[in-house]
Design a protein around this ligand. Structure first.
Ligand code: KIV
Ligand code: ZN
Length: 405
């Protein structure tokens, strides 16, 4: 990706194959990773973090194959994660080498709690290692991302210092992770604002954000970060990832799509601009979600925003009646936008006569008013006993009613 410190769109960095695969029980084989990477490219993500090359031979191979097969000139940037050590960085560089657009993402922790208990290093030591390793990574490729791990719990003054040093050493993206999902939206937005105002050379790098969902706040934190200068969002399909997962790509993209008039001014555009905020082809969202769920074996909860089975279903009679008259009454986005054929009217005990009549019509039954009334009474009796009424149930209700003398 050509470095542009002021992109007019939000860069979508997908880490389904790296942080997403770190979900307990979600391991993928090489072919499955390639299939997901191809679909991510169709979805239009800007960067694919394909894995952690040093972690295992399987990870190395998957990154390397994705770099060959998906990392084409007009394809996404292919990235590998690497700790701030020469061995990791060299493995990352070798794994991504076949890609046309390559990125090395190196990280080291900066919070006192990680320094003391995990790294057993002082701030001064970390302040020396980080720029040295960024400079080393730069000897392989120009596109270098640096993450101060656990930034959400790090001292902001120390962050400013280390970020200045890594930008001077050549980092082109500085990624701010809320590694343990601890921050709240106003805190996280404030952290991004502080970085954009206090890091001397920030105009030479893109600010990125990465966040986990331990308090269910990752997407809200990211949206606040965009308002304060973040231009790259690191996310996963279906929000999979360590513990409670990462910020969900589909939620971020659709929030910014549906509310783009609100987000436009933060990108320096007129509020009325219709230009999309990301490169994502939203019509590929549902398909990508299903693929990731099927291959990882990670079930998507029915009430999950955007891609859950109930996200475009209407059960209550009042809602069904409204939607049949005009979708805008209870829908803020069209199901077709994410690649579904249409919303779903689910018939159950809360459904009303209008939804009942409409579904019968779709099944080819046009009942006279009296027949419809009787069939509707029977429908309600059955609906009280069953969770969901199927088309089979409807057909047998109609047949019973219309065959009675
Ligand atoms: O959560 C985290 O801090 C990470 C980093 C490696 C970016 O995944
Ligand atoms: Zn993470």
């Amino acid at each position: 990706m050509k470095f542009d410190s002021n992109p007019d769109r939000i860069i979508i960095f997908d880490t389904t194959l790296r942080d997403g695969e770190q979900s307990p029980g979600a391991t993928l084989n090489v072919d499955e990773k390639i299939a997901i990477a191809r679909q991510l490219a169709r979805l239009g993500v800007d960067v694919i973090e394909a894995g952690f090359a040093f972690a295992s031979p399987g990870d190395f191979e998957a990154i390397n194959k994705i770099a060959q097969l998906v990392g084409t000139e007009d394809g996404p940037v292919i990235c590998s994660l690497a700790r701030a050590s020469q061995g990791d960085i060299k493995a990352a560089a070798e794994a991504i080498a076949p890609a046309y657009h390559q990125r090395i993402h190196t990280f080291i922790a900066t919070s006192d709690i990680h320094l003391e208990y995990k790294l057993r290093k002082s701030r001064q030591e970390v302040l020396k290692i980080a720029p040295e390793m960024v400079a080393y990574a730069k000897s392989f490729t120009d596109d270098i991302e640096f993450s101060p791990e656990d930034a959400g719990r790090s001292d902001p003054e120390f962050l400013y210092e280390i970020l200045e040093a890594v930008i001077d050493a050549g980092a082109t993206t500085i990624n701010i992770p809320d590694t343990v999902g601890y921050t709240t939206p106003s805190e996280f937005g404030g952290l991004i604002k502080g970085i954009s105002e206090n890091v001397r050379n920030i105009d030479r790098a893109i600010i990125s954000v990465h966040g986990h969902n331990d308090l269910g706040l990752a997407v809200a934190n990211f949206l606040e970060a965009v308002q304060n200068g973040a231009r790259q969002l690191e996310c996963t399909i279906n929000g999979i990832g360590e513990r409670a997962g990462n910020a969900a790509l589909e939620e971020l993209v659709m929030a910014m799509h549906v509310r783009r008039k609100f987000y436009n001014p933060f990108l320096g555009r007129p509020a009325e601009s219709e230009a999309p905020l990301t490169h994502i082809n939203t019509q590929e969202i549902y398909k990508t979600s299903r693929l990731v769920s099927n291959l990882t074996g990670m079930f998507v909860q029915p009430n999950k925003a955007i891609v859950g089975a109930n996200a475009f279903s209407h059960e209550s009679g009042i809602h069904q009646d409204g939607v049949l008259k005009n979708k805008l009454t209870y829908e803020i986005m069209d199901a077709q936008l994410i690649g579904l054929t249409d919303n779903q009217i689910v018939l159950g005990k809360h459904s009303g006569r209008n939804a009942f009549r409409t579904r019968l019509k779709e099944l080819g039954y046009e009942l006279a008013d009296q027949e419809l009334n009787k069939a509707f009474v029977r429908f309600k009796e059955i609906a009280d006993k069953k969770k969901e009424i199927t088309d089979w149930d409807l057909e047998s209700i109609v047949n019973d009613e219309t065959q009675q003398p």
